[in-house]
Design a protein around this ligand. Sequence first.
Ligand code: PLP
Length: 378
Amino acid sequence: MSDHSFETRAIHVGQEPDPTTGAAVVPIYQTSTYVQDEVTVHKGYEYSRTDNPTRTALQEVLASLEGAAHGLAFASGMAATSTMFSLLKPGEHVVLADDVYGGTYRLLAKVLSEWGVAFDAVDLTDLDAVRKAIRDETRMLWAETPTNPLLKVVDIEAVSAIAHEAGPIRVVVDNTFATPYLQNPIALGADVSMHSTTKYIGGHSDVVGGALCLDDEETYDRLKYLQNAAGAVPGPMDCYLTIRGLKTLAVRMEAHCRNAMKVAEFLFGHPRVTKVHYPGLSDHPGHELAKRQMRDFGGMVSFELASEAEALDVARRTELFFLGESLGGVESLIEHPGRMTHASVAGSPCEVPDTLLRLSVGIEHPDDLIADLEHALA
Ligand code: PLP
C-alpha cells in the first residue's frame, strides 16, 4: 500500500474490509472491553483506553499519510501536545515558535513551567535567533508552519538541522494548517508531526481530535505508553468521523487552496485592507520557501484593517463566513485572534495585532465568499 498515491492511501490504509462481516467501512467498535479466551489470551485488544480497532485504523492511515512509521491518536490536539510535552523533565528547556497556537503557549507558560520546564519563544524564521535560543538543556524545538495566525513560513529542514546538530533535541512540527497533503515534516527532517485533527483532517467541524506521527521506535514506545497511562484517547465514534473526513482530505485541500488564493488576491486589492498574510502571495516573505516546502499554500488567510474597531466591525458583518473559533472545515469562518483564539497570549511575546482578522476559507463557491467579504468591507 505504501507505493500508492496519497488519495488512495487515505481511502484504503488501515481500512481493509471488516474480517468478520465484510463491512466496507471500518466499524465504530463502541466497546470498552474485549472478551478473552483464557486469562491474557485475546485477539490483541484488552481495554479501549489501551487500544481500540477503530482507533488503530485511524492511527495507521494517519501514519501512512505523514510517511511515518507510527501514528498515535488523541482526544484533542492539546491532548497530543500535552502528551508530547510529558517527555520533558524538570530543568529541561523548549524552543518555541513565537506565534504558535495560543493553547500551546498557555500549556508551557501556565502548566509546564510550574513543573520546572523552561522555554523561550522565538521567531523561527530567524535562524540566528534559533541558534541563540538553544541551550545545553534544550530537549525540544516546537515549530508551527504556516503559523497561526500570522502565516509565517518556517524552514523545517533548516531548523531541524540546527537543532539536531546542537544536541539531543526533538523537533516537533505542528502540521495542522498544512495537513499531510500539503507538507510532510518528517521527510524534511523533523522528528514528530503533530496535528489538531479537529481541523482539516476531520474537515467538517464535527469532531475534536489530535495526533502525533513519528518514526523513532524509542520515542514511539514512550508516547504509546503515555497514551495509555495518561489516557487522553479519542472515542471510537470520534475516530470513525476523523477517518471519514480523511478520505476526502486531498480533494478538500485542493478546493481550500484554490479559494484561499482568490480571497487573498481580492483582499490584497481592497482599499480598506492594510495588510494580507498569505504565503501564496508573491510579496509574502515566506513565499519562495512555501513553494519549496509545501505542495500548495493552504486555506488560511489573515488580514489587517486600520484599527481594531474596524476589524471587529467586519467580523460582525460577514454572513457566509461564520464568526467562530476553529478552522479547516468545509464552511468558511472568520475570527478576531486577539480577542478569541489568541486571547490567552495577550501581553506575551506571542501577542498578535488587534487589527488582525483570520479567515478559514471553506469550499463554498469563491464568488459567493468574495461577495460576502465585499459586503462586510463596504
Ligand atoms: N494547533 C493548532 C495550529 C491549532 O489551531 C489548534 C486549535 O485551534 C490546536 C493545535 C489545538 O487543537 P485542539 O483544539 O484540537 O485541541
